[in-house]
Design a protein around this ligand. Structure first.
Ligand SMILES: [Zn+2]
Ligand SMILES: [Zn+2]
Length: 493
């Protein structure tokens, strides 16, 4: 009895010790992983919709795609079953034009161009061939398919598991391969390269080589788990992944990872482990909804609970509403992207800084209208400093600089009443004409060289002065004579 108790106690203690250690182990693993991938996993809800045939002619289902309300479920070896998306009702079962043993049909994406004579469905791009690095372009209806083009990827170096994803936003083929040949090797990376989408009338066979690549090849981080079908919506690669044996066989998780087509960065993961423990096969986005199928034939709508912060967007050095939108687009966390917003959607109090912006965000599979709020402050200006560029007659300028580190923005205005006035030098005579003539004189500004002129009067009397003086003298003499005459006349009387 005593022994049992001790044993239980020991087990309990061991259990507790293990429970304490486990999180540490988990944390250290996460920390190692975090070096190349920073997974943001949203809570995800799923809704079971309907089931497709898990097998066609005993060949297992693979990628799928939808257009015009019709689901095209591909099966290994170039087989296809079709369904109404609304009801899940089966429409037909047929062979693709690319009905080859090695055509695994891992992925299917609809293109944009319609094959000649087909107004219902654009061309369907089928990839994931096991032995040939090719993408099969099919002219499909709900009940038939015809191979109209084969795109070969004769590239070097060539890795395994080639899959075509169509990027309609950037009008190109994103061709992905895995670096390690073994599908079980979890130390993998995705090797990506991009090509133009060839026109349907460009020929029945297209051979792409390295010379046809758009831009440089790049690498995407690998998410533990076998990669399955993929689709690109907007700027996001939606890559399904999951095991093909048991859930723990490859340390794999079930779900979807998102990569940004422009930055090539991992942005998000929707983890379905423990929610749908089945091997995923493919995905498509249809009218704002995200679909995934699983190896047991079940089709689900995947509803990640996407959370984007709506407040606390703070910014500085903002001058107008358009700049608020500019700065917002840089602050919105991936996988969201500021899709469209008109200037008048922003209300800004430039005094308090408070703003409210009604914007549309692109999520990995649809659009989201949200109101974002925060504070947008103008430049914290320093004092105006004179530029010392005033002249004798013109005001100079003064400049203030934003004190926010890294901004460097300056503002220059007129410095009122800063004109210096001329600094006149000494007068000097500029020419000499006759001794009795007036002389022009001049003074120059010692700063700008501007001159002012005047006339220096000659010393001596002019004709007018002589006439005047003579006249005054005669009149004075006459007055004196008259006075003397009068005095003499009065004394005599
Ligand atoms: Zn500034
Ligand atoms: Zn001057």
């Amino acid at each position: 009895m005593m022994k049992t108790t001790r044993s239980l106690l020991t087990r309990l203690l061991l259990g507790l010790l293990l429970l304490t250690l486990l999180p540490l182990t988990a944390v250290s693993v996460l920390a190692e992983d975090a070096e190349d991938t920073d997974y943001i996993v949203d809570e995800t809800e799923v809704e079971y919709l309907f089931s497709v045939q898990a097998r066609s002619e005993n060949h297992i289902m693979q990628g799928f795609a939808a257009y015009g309300g019709v689901v095209f479920q591909l099966h290994d070896g170039g087989r296809c079953t079709t369904y109404h998306l609304e009801t899940g009702t089966k429409i037909s079962e047929f062979h693709l034009g690319s009905f080859y043993t090695h055509n695994h049909c891992g992925n299917a994406n609809f293109g944009k161009e319609f094959p000649e004579g087909n107004t219902d469905f654009p061309a369907l791009y089928v990839s994931g061939d096991l032995t040939t690095k090719a993408c099969y372009v099919e002219n499909v209806t709900a009940t038939s398919a015809e191979l109209i083009q084969t795109i070969y990827f004769d590239i070097d170096p060539s890795y395994t598991g080639g899959q075509v994803i169509l990027d309609h936003a950037r009008d190109r083929i994103v061709y992905m391969q895995r670096e390690k040949s073994s599908i079980k090797d979890m130390n993998n990376v995705y090797r990506m390269c991009e090509f133009p989408i060839p026109s349907l009338d460009a020929g029945a066979e297209i051979h792409y080589t390295n010379a046809d690549m758009l831009g440089e090849p790049y690498v995407l981080p690998f998410y533990p788990g076998i990669y399955q079908g993929a689709v690109i919506y907007g700027n996001t690669i939606l890559q399904t992944h999951g095991y093909s044996g048991t859930a723990t066989e490859y340390g794999a998780k079930v779900g979807m990872v998102c990569y940004d087509t422009a930055t090539h960065a991992f942005t998000h993961a929707f983890d379905l482990t423990g929610i749908i423990d089945q091997e995923p096969q493919g995905t498509f986005v249809y009218e704002g909804r995200l679909y995934m199928n699983f190896v047991n034939g079940k089709v689900y709508e995947i509803k990640p609970k996407l959370t984007v912060k709506t407040d606390g967007y703070d910014m500085i050095c903002v001058e107008n509403e358009a700049q608020i939108l500019d700065q917002l687009s840089g602050q919105i966390p991936t996988p969201y992207r500021l899709l469209s917003a008109k200037g008048d959607a922003v209300l800004w109090n430039s005094r308090t800084g408070e703003f409210q912006a009604d914007v549309t965000l692109q999520t990995p599979y649809n659009e989201l209208k949200v109101t974002l709020t925060g504070h947008a402050l103008t430049h914290p200006w320093g004092e105006y400093r004179s530029n010392g560029n005033a002249t004798c007659t013109e005001n100079g300028t003064q400049t203030r600089t934003c004190t926010h580190a890294g901004c460097g923005r300056t503002e220059t205005v007129e410095e009122m009443n800063s004109a210096l006035g001329h600094a006149w030098g000494d007068w000097r005579v500029t020419s000499r004409q006759g001794a009795s003539a007036d002389r022009p004189i001049e003074s120059a500004c010692t700063r700008c060289g501007e001159t002012q002129a005047a006339t220096l009067k000659a010393v001596g009397l002019g004709t007018l002065e002589i006439v005047l003086i003579t006249t005054v003298a005669i009149l004075t003499l006459l007055a004196l004579a008259l006075t003397a005459t009068l005095l003499y006349w009065r004394r005599k009387r």
